[in-house]
Design a protein around this ligand. Structure first.
Ligand SMILES: C[S@@+](CC[C@H](N)C(=O)[O-])C[C@H]1O[C@@H](n2cnc3c(N)ncnc32)[C@H](O)[C@@H]1O
Length: 229
């Protein structure tokens, strides 16, 4: 699959050797296991001019696997868009699980909402219409929230990642994940700020010995962090 990110032509192969191999994995391992409501939401996302922003289904499958492996019950998501990663999280946590989902755009969330409702998981979601940093600060006002979340997924404005990281390190028990979505070559001016912020942020994560990290070439790239103390 190839798509255009503003002026940049991006081949969505991760670090796989070919587009054919990428498609093979999608067709063989990912789409056959993708829940019907997720397929429906992915289809609805294709109509958006910003469809390139949605999480990759291959990365989604990895996140779902980890959520189940960790028995994650209480999660945070910063950056919902139409809701691909949100719905897959809702489908991966137990019936009494809860997701605090934060985005400053409700319109996009409402495009995916019918699929979320059809899947019967709307009750697991607390959607907060807010700037990410403000919402996390509000959560931190309640001491009970500290160290209470099992998992966080950050997929929002890249220049704020360091701010999100600092706050999530207080809210999370052990693990969080964030996508890093900027290609390295041919960076146009309007993407330079995000790219530079991510370069600084990735170095910061590598230097931070209070976390384990694993950066995977899935979708646009995804970094898993495990809080050690
Ligand atoms: C890459 S998309 C999220 C994709 C989503 N995780 C998915 O699987 O489809 C980024 C989202 O971050 C949101 N966003 C950008 N800046 C934000 C901010 N400062 N606070 C909260 N949300 C923000 C945008 O509105 C957008 O919906």
């Amino acid at each position: 699959m190839a798509y255009t990110h503003k002026h940049v032509k991006v081949k969505d192969t991760g670090l796989l050797k070919s587009e054919e191999l990428h498609n093979y994995i999608l067709e063989t391992s990912v789409y056959p296991r993708e829940a019907e409501p997720l397929k429906e939401l992915r289809e609805a996302t294709k109509n958006s001019p910003r469809s390139f922003m949605a999480a990759s289904p291959i990365a989604g499958q990895m996140i779902s696997f980890l959520l189940k492996k960790e028995n994650a019950k209480k999660t945070i998501e910063v950056g919902v868009f139409i809701g691909y990663s949100l719905l897959l999280t809702a489908l991966s946590i137990p019936d009494d699980g809860k997701i605090t989902a934060i985005d400053c755009d409700r319109e996009a969330y409402e495009i995916g909402l019918p699929s979320i409702q059809k899947a019967g998981v709307e009750d697991k979601i607390d959607f907060i219409l807010s700037d990410g940093r403000l919402a996390l600060d509000n959560l931190l006002l309640n001491a009970e929230n500290e160290g209470s979340f099992d998992f966080a997924f950050v997929d929002a404005d890249k220049p704020s990642y360091q701010n999100y990281h600092e706050r999530l390190m207080k809210l999370i028990k052990t693990l969080w994940a964030g996508t890093v979505a900027i290609p390295e070559s041919q960076v146009p001016d309007n993407m330079m700020k995000s790219r530079n912020a991510l370069i600084i942020f990735n170095k910061y994560l590598a230097d931070d010995h209070s976390i384990d990290i694993a950066q995977l070439p899935l979708g646009d790239g995804i970094t898993f962090c495990r809080r050690l103390y």
